[in-house]
Design a protein around this ligand. Structure first.
Ligand SMILES: Nc1ncnc2c1ncn2[C@@H]1O[C@H](COP(=O)(O)OP(=O)(O)O)[C@@H](O)[C@H]1O
Ligand SMILES: [Mg+2]
Length: 141
C-alpha cells in the first residue's frame, strides 16, 4: 500500500487534486471516499471525472440514485450517507456497477466498508485548523 498526504486550501484546489490523480485512481476498481459533510468529497469527484475526460455535471448523489458520468471510462458515483442497511447496496445495483468495469466512486464509505473490492483506492479528507484547509490522504494498493 502506498499512502500520500496532500493539503488543499480551496474547493478548486481539491478539484485540481482529483483531476491530477484521476488516471492513477482509475487503475483501481473503486474509489472509497471518507470524510464528514462539507469536507470536499464531491469537489474531489468533480475533478476526478474531469480528469477521466467526462464533461458531465457532478453533484452529490441522493442515496439510492447512482449518478453515472459517461466518458472514456464511465463513472458510477454513489453516496452512502443514508445507507439504511447492507441490503440497500444490492438494491442500488452496487455489485453490478462493480462488475460492469465502471469506476465506482462512493462518498461516506464509512457506512459500507465491506462493500469495496480488493484494490480499492481510499481518499480520506479531514479539516485542518484553517477553515478552508483540508488534509487529503490517498491510499493506493
Ligand atoms: N480545501 C477545500 N476543499 C474542498 N472544499 C472546500 C475546501 N475549502 C472549503 N471548501 C468548501 O467546502 C464545501 C465542500 O463541499 P462538498 O464537496 O459538497 O463536500 P462533501 O461532498 O464532502 O459534503 C464547499 O462548499 C467548498 O467550497
Ligand atoms: Mg458530497
Amino acid at each position: 500500500m502506498q499512502e500520500t498526504i496532500y493539503q488543499t486550501f480551496s474547493a478548486e484546489e481539491t478539484e485540481a487534486l482529483g483531476e491530477a490523480l484521476a488516471q492513477t485512481l482509475a487503475r483501481a476498481p473503486a474509489v472509497a471516499l471518507y470524510g464528514d459533510l462539507g469536507m470536499g468529497k464531491t469537489a474531489f469527484v468533480r475533478g476526478l471525472a474531469r480528469g477521466l475526460g467526462s464533461r458531465a455535471q457532478v453533484s452529490s448523489p441522493t442515496f439510492a440514485i447512482v449518478n453515472e458520468y459517461e466518458g472514456p471510462r464511465r463513472i458510477c458515483h454513489c453516496d452512502f450517507y443514508r445507507l439504511p442497511d447492507a441490503d440497500a447496496l444490492f438494491d442500488i445495483g452496487w455489485e453490478d456497477y462493480l462488475a460492469s468495469g465502471s469506476l465506482c466512486v462512493a462518498e461516506w464509505s464509512e457506512n459500507a466498508t465491506d462493500a469495496f473490492p480488493e484494490g480499492t483506492a481510499e481518499v480520506v479528507i479531514r479539516r485542518l485548523d484553517d477553515a478552508d484547509g483540508r488534509e487529503i490522504t490517498v491510499r493506493l494498493c
